[in-house]
Design a protein around this ligand. Structure first.
Ligand SMILES: [Zn+2]
Length: 326
């Protein structure tokens, strides 16, 4: 948004941190000040902006899955009244359009376009079904929910430190995961291509249901991945998750991890070792994880030498990153 737009009265939300011209000469103390409240209630809070609020699409899903789109409300009172009347089973918040979405038919197709939308990520616990054995589908428990916490830590840090966003809201989606709403002005005005680029940045999961090679991590690792690994993932994986899910406890489970490693000579060596199934005093999960790490760090394998140079050791080791899809 340019200053010209501000001067022309184009509305924006307070969180953008754009100071209107008339306030520029006022000294702003850092501590709490009652004048802030005065300024806020005097037309600075987002609800004051009728035009902005009124151009936001709201949709209701009513009983029997009746989906009503392009609703709009000029005030919280209007919205509240409609909610009480219609009793929606589900409410969705859509984009802010160039004109009131409820009156879109009065405008030409070109005049009615979305102009802003928060950057939204959706993480479902069911995306982790190949590495959790306590639950599947929409079910969650205290054993697998920490995967969500870890995903939130990794993504939140990237959004703040790598992209400079500040206004980030994490909410329980109500069923099987969490939603992340990035509300900064610069996030709301991203175009589709830019949104896809941010998603791509956070993405290490390749392939699909029919593809075994699901993680693509070639060294040297991007600083985002290296940081996520050392600051969040490593401890969680080695101290909690390996045990809580018994990730290496039987062939069916460890195969899922071996399948992620593209180097055939590594996987066949480990398969041979683990099929032997010699009793060890160590926990089988930790022992096998140790074998995998040792082999990948040994430098015997060309691909892994490359990964070593990147500061990380293996593809299998970072399989947990695989599910940070948005
Ligand atoms: Zn669970």
């Amino acid at each position: 948004m340019t200053m010209e737009e501000v001067e022309n009265g184009r509305d924006d939300m307070l969180i953008d941190g754009i100071e209107p011209k008339q306030n520029q000469n006022i000294e702003i103390p850092e501590e709490f000040n009652a004048n802030y409240l005065r300024a806020y209630y005097d037309g600075r809070h987002p609800g004051c902006d009728q035009s902005y609020v009124g151009r936001r699409e709201i949709s209701f899903t009513l009983e029997n899955d009746i989906y009503t789109r392009f609703l709009s409300f000029n005030s919280i009172t209007e919205l509240e009244k409609a909610i009480k009347e219609k009793c929606p089973f589900k409410i969705d918040i859509g984009a802010v359009y160039s004109v009131d979405p409820a009156k879109k038919d009065a405008y030409s197709q070109n005049a009615f376009t979305p102009v802003e939308r928060e950057l939204v990520f959706d993480i479902d616990i069911s995306d982790y079904d190949d590495v959790r054995f306590c639950c599947s589908g929409a079910n969650v428990c205290s054993q697998c929910w920490p995967l969500m916490t870890v995903a939130i830590k990794v993504i939140d840090t990237a959004l703040r430190d790598d992209f400079g966003f500040n206004h980030i809201l994490w909410v329980y989606s109500g069923r099987r995961g969490v939603h992340c709403w990035v509300c900064d002005g610069k996030a709301r005005r991203l175009n589709n291509e830019q949104r896809a680029a941010i998603t791509e940045y956070l993405h290490v999961y390749k392939g699909n249901e029919n593809s075994n090679k699901k993680v693509s991590l070639m060294g040297p690792l991007h600083p985002f991945l290296a940081r996520s690994y050392t600051e969040v993932l490593k401890d969680f994986f080695e101290e909690k998750f390996i045990y809580s899910q018994e990730l290496f406890s039987n062939e069916e489970r460890y195969e899922k991890i071996l399948e992620m490693i593209p180097e055939e000579s590594v996987t066949s060596e480990l398969r041979g070792k683990w099929l032997d199934n010699k009793r060890s005093r160590d926990d089988v999960n930790m022992a096998r994880w140790g074998h995998l790490k040792q082999l990948l760090q040994s430098g015997k394998h060309k691909l892994l030498e490359e990964l070593n140079r990147g500061g990380l050791r293996s593809e299998g080791e970072d399989g947990m990153l695989a599910n940070l899809r948005s």
